[in-house]
Design a protein around this ligand. Structure first.
Ligand SMILES: Nc1ncnc2c1ncn2[C@@H]1O[C@H](COP(=O)(O)OP(=O)(O)OP(=O)(O)O)[C@@H](O)[C@H]1O
Length: 596
């Protein structure tokens, strides 16, 4: 293995990700064209054979980082298997080319397929793990592959690897070292970049960022979290495999170094320095990070100190990455809004299912606490039901059970005759149920428009259509003026309203609201009440958890009161204040939350 391979694995400074940007590859085409031209000019006119080799390796890393930007940058899963998939692609090409004598046309697709299959195999069990366990598990996969490569000398050549890998022959044309190989690799970078960029900007990328920024809400907005994660992991393996294959043809040798941790650290550093989730950042980061050691080589012993300092400076000065810094300097707007709210035509959604929701015998125990105890009630289409009770009486747990965030121990939840109890939240959402969260759960890295459009990703055909629908809903709620505002830092009342807009965007048959009036002024409460009446009038069944009796009792047609998980009262709102059990447990002393 040439010495430059390991020295091209520079960063050992795994950096923590910082600001989570929304999907926003906004470097202008002009800037990208200028960059491509500059690289082309350098390659054709100025680069030495060694310089061309470094440039080729930079392209290889850019390709591998595209995949990492998908799984880590967009999906937020710190996969430490990207280096392993890279090595797997490299070994597949090395083995098939030297031992079977197969050409590039066969070895290249197989070098994508093998890491893909490995990702599917490994992903199914490990993707369920929490973030740091997931990182460790993927690191374990990389270590196992490295051990296999070193300890199976009969197959892999052991520590010495496999020499004599032939160059690429493309349509009968042998791609020579130097400029031809650089052109091939950078052609692959261009093609891979377009694919990765399209994925990032489309529904897949948006779904991944929602999953990264707001995993709880993602499932209740209809996203199949498991499938999405697996798809991102598989996609990352495809890019890594392609990069590994091209790396072997560049080096003409494959050794265990391609499976070692520095390769993974380099990919991670490129992603963070270039800009997390940004495909342009993968290219910029790769070109910069792979060339930096060459530029600092003259410094000899102090090279690593200067290199580390440069990396730290880049991360401190541009925590959003170099592409984010360029965006900031260019001062481009963060989002392009739909010109005006689209026509108020009927949107495809879930509304046709105007069926009643029937809850029967729902129960849930957390250790010694019986949070919900045999709860039964109906929610009729077009009605508003209030759910009240002291703090800790089980209201939020009931909503979590109905929406699938918790699995009930017993009981049934039927919508239109279909059993939903115990099903995944995305399946329940797809059946026509939407909910809001007490704290107004929102993806912090997204804008208000993107957050609401996320609710339409599984319903509309494109991101543009989802955003047009979202804009219309925001307009209906009187907050279209905030469409371009980042969700991070929104006042609590506005957060709740955006959360409500998101739930309404799905046009659900059943809507569960967790304390929607908390923190609102009297005027805002009146507006909210009018809005909810309007939603009910369209046929949606509403369940409103609320402590504010002044808001709820005039709004609800029917009220349920819980105490210690059990139904204490079910009847008209007028009866609530007169019911001795409700007064004793909740309203009488006001000791546990009820506001008159
Ligand atoms: N994940 C959990 N693990 C353990 N206990 C839980 C969990 N979730 C809820 N509980 C317990 O279940 C009971 C009901 O809680 P829940 O949050 O549903 O009440 P609530 O009526 O919504 O309260 P609040 O009005 O304060 O929101 C409480 O005793 C709570 O501590």
């Amino acid at each position: 293995m040439p010495r430059c391979w390991s020295s091209w694995s520079p960063g050992r400074r795994a950096c923590s990700a910082r600001r989570r940007g929304a999907v926003r590859d906004r470097l202008s085409p002009l800037l990208l064209t200028l960059g491509a031209l500059a690289l082309g000019l350098y390659a054709v006119g100025y680069a030495t054979p060694y310089g061309l080799r470094v440039l080729t390796v930079a392209g290889v890393y850019a390709l591998a980082t595209f995949g990492f930007q998908i799984v880590f940058g967009l999906g937020g899963a710190l996969s430490l298997a990207q280096g392993a998939f890279f090595g797997l692609g490299a070994y597949t090409t090395g083995l098939l080319a030297t031992q079977m004598g197969w050409g590039f046309a066969l070895t290249f697709p197989l070098s994508l397929l093998v890491p893909l299959l490995a990702a599917l195999l490994v992903g199914l069990p490990v993707l369920r793990l929490e973030s740091h366990y997931f990182a460790l598990a993927t690191l374990g996969v990389a270590q196992v592959l490295l051990l296999l490569a070193v300890n199976l000398p009969g197959l892999t050549g052991g520590a010495n690897g496999i020499p004599g890998v032939p160059g690429v022959v493309l349509f009968g044309w042998p791609v020579g070292r130097g400029l031809p190989m650089a052109l091939l690799v950078w052609g692959a970078v261009a093609a891979g970049g377009v694919i990765a960029w399209s994925l990032a900007r489309g529904r897949f990328g948006r779904s991944l960022t929602l999953l990264r920024d707001d995993p709880l809400a993602a499932a209740t907005l209809g996203l199949d979290v498991g499938r999405l994660r697996l798809a991102a992991f598989a996609m990352s393996a495809l890019f890594a495999g392609a990069a590994g294959a091209l790396a072997v043809h560049t080096q003409r040798v494959v050794s265990p170094e391609v499976l070692e941790f520095p390769v993974m650290v380099t990919i991670l550093t490129i992603a963070v320095v270039g800009g997390r989730g940004r495909m342009a950042g993968a290219v910029l980061g790769a070109v910069l990070l792979i060339h930096l050691p060459e530029w600092f080589r003259a410094l000899e012993r102090s090279y690593l100190i200067v290199y580390g300092g440069a990396l730290l400076a880049a991360i401190v000065l541009a925590p959003e990455g170099l592409t984010g810094l360029l965006d900031r300097l260019a001062g481009r707007p963060r989002v392009r809004l739909p010109g005006r709210p689209a026509e108020p035509a009927e949107q495809p959604g879930l509304v046709p299912n105007r069926s009643a929701l029937q809850v029967d015998g729902l129960s849930k125990r957390f250790g010694g606490v019986l949070a919900v105890d045999g709860l039964s009630f109906p929610l009729e289409p077009g009605t508003i039901t209030g759910l009240i009770g002291p703090n800790g009486s089980g209201k939020t747990t009931a909503i979590n059970l109905i929406s699938g965030l918790e699995r009930p121990d017993a009981g049934s939840v039927r919508l239109g005759g279909r059993e939903l109890a115990g099903q995944r939240p995305d399946r329940i959402a797809a059946a026509g149920l939407a909910r809001t969260f007490q704290a107004g759960s929102l993806p912090e890295g997204a804008t208000v428009l993107q957050a609401v459009a996320a609710a339409r990703l599984t319903l509309d055909r494109s991101v543009e259509q989802a955003e047009a629908t979202a804009h219309r809903i925001l307009d209906r709620l009187g907050i279209a003026g905030h469409a371009a505002s980042p969700c991070a830092g929104l006042p609590a009342a506005l957060r709740r309203r955006v959360d409500l807009a998101r739930a309404l965007a799905r046009r659900p048959a059943v809507l569960l609201l967790d304390e929607p009036a908390a923190g609102l002024t009297d005027g805002e409460k009146a507006e909210l009440a009018a809005l909810l009446r309007g939603v009910a009038a369209e046929g949606t069944a509403l369940l409103v958890v609320e402590h504010d009796m002044g808001f709820l009792l005039p709004l609800a047609g029917h009220v349920l009161c819980l105490d210690q998980g059990r139904l204490l009262y079910a009847g008209p709102p007028e009866g609530v204040r007169r019911d001795p059990a409700v007064v004793a447990a909740y309203l009488g002393t006001g000791r546990r939350g009820g506001q008159a």
